[in-house]
Design a binder for this molecule. Structure first.
Ligand code: NAP
Length: 334
């Protein structure tokens, strides 16, 4: 184990897009676990769009940030933890964390499944897609689905899961042509458009000329307006996130076709995955056999080394990730 611990702090509130200057890496001695806690050396970190929202006020300045992480117990002072065990906890953005049994849970081992999957399709990202499709959308076989930010963590998981659940035509949007090609070649999308290529409503109408039954909305704004126009009668909108607005400094996008929601009897519902932790085991049962057989593969962008965590986070906001972005400790080895 290293002698020094490193934590990432936010040092200033961004106006618009954050930069590396809004963060600092702080060194300290490796913390000592108190009785009733364990010291964890972190191996994998998740950086997420919600961190950008928290930068506006929820994250304290000049204090260690929080985030989802996987780490190995290196010293235990509680019978609930054994040295060597792998834990999931929320004290990320730091090389070492001290956790109580209430703050951490053991990560199950599944033969042949890489540990990083617990931050991508088996973690909160995959659970968001699974809950969105099963609990909120109540997807039925044959229904045609549109997914925005399709090339990201939630978007790739949504594509994989919707395909397994028997969705009909699967259309996505993404910010780069290379992502679009990956999604149709590997993830199961039928057609993906680059939303920079023109007005989203026109691009969606071209990609789904017969309309859609369901919209999985990771983006909001112009994408949501386009989806409302393309939805068929009794269609559903699952509001997952609003990434088009997290860095915006202007007035929020005003939807111009709200009357369509009434006229087409559409249903729109949002959710937070944190309210669906009880679905975690069901997700494992559904997805793990597919990971083990190879019928589902991981969609991940791995950033090597804790020192890359800020750049990885900023790159994700710019759309540089393909699948779930995960930062991996140098030499994580598992
Ligand atoms: P992600 O999709 O892996 O990464 C974010 C992606 O958003 C980027 O790669 C980028 O891809 C796209 N993007 C950035 N700016 C955009 C813009 N202005 N317009 C359209 N797309 C833009 O992130 P994720 O973790 O999977 O999260 C996706 C969404 O789900 C986010 O809105 C997040 O807040 C939400 N979420 C919600 C819950 C919940 O509980 N409801 C849980 C997890 C995530 P492009 O190349 O396509 O631009």
């Amino acid at each position: 184990m290293t002698e020094t611990a490193i934590t990432v702090h936010q040092t200033a509130r961004p106006h618009g897009f954050p930069t590396p200057g809004h963060f600092a890496f702080a060194e300290s001695a490796v913390p000592e676990p108190r009785p009733g806690t364990a010291l964890v050396e972190n191996l994998y970190w998740s950086v997420d769009p919600y961190h950008r929202e928290m930068m506006d006020g929820d994250f304290a300045l000049n204090a260690p940030l929080e985030g989802r992480a996987l780490g190995r117990v290196v010293e235990s002072r509680d019978p609930a933890f054994r040295e060597g065990e792998i834990l999931f906890h929320r004290q990320g953005w730091r090389t070492h964390s001290v956790v109580t049994p209430e703050e951490a849970r053991k990560v199950p081992h599944f033969d042949g499944v890489p540990l990083s999957a617990h931050l991508s399709i088996l973690g909160g990202t995959g659970l968001t897609a699974y809950v969105g499709l099963t609990r909120i959308a109540q997807l039925r076989a044959g229904q045609d689905v549109f997914v925005s930010a399709a090339g990201g963590g939630v978007g790739t998981a949504t594509g994989r899961l919707a395909r397994l659940m028997g969705a009909g035509r699967l259309v996505g949007s993404a910010g780069r042509a290379a992502k679009a090609a990956y999604l149709t070649e590997h993830v199961g999308y039928d057609e993906v458009f680059d939303y920079h290529a023109g007005p989203t409503a026109e691009l969606l109408a071209k990609a789904a000329p017969d309309g859609i039954d369901l919209y999985m909305d990771n983006v909001g704004g112009e994408h949501l307006e386009a989806a409302i126009s393309s939805l068929r009668e009794f269609g559903r909108i699952v509001r997952i996130g609003t990434i088009s607005q997290y860095n915006s400094t202007g007035t929020p996008y005003a939807l111009r076709n709200l009357p369509d929601i009434v006229e087409k009897s559409l249903r729109m519902e949002g959710f937070l995955v944190s309210n669906y932790r009880d679905v975690q085991e069901e997700l494992y049962e559904f997805v793990v056999p597919h990971l083990q057989s190879g019928s589902v593969t991981l969609d991940e962008t791995l950033v090597d080394g804790f020192g890359g965590i800020v750049d990885g986070f900023l790159g994700m906001l710019r759309g540089e990730n393909q699948g779930k972005i995960i930062v991996r400790a140098t030499g994580a080895g598992i």
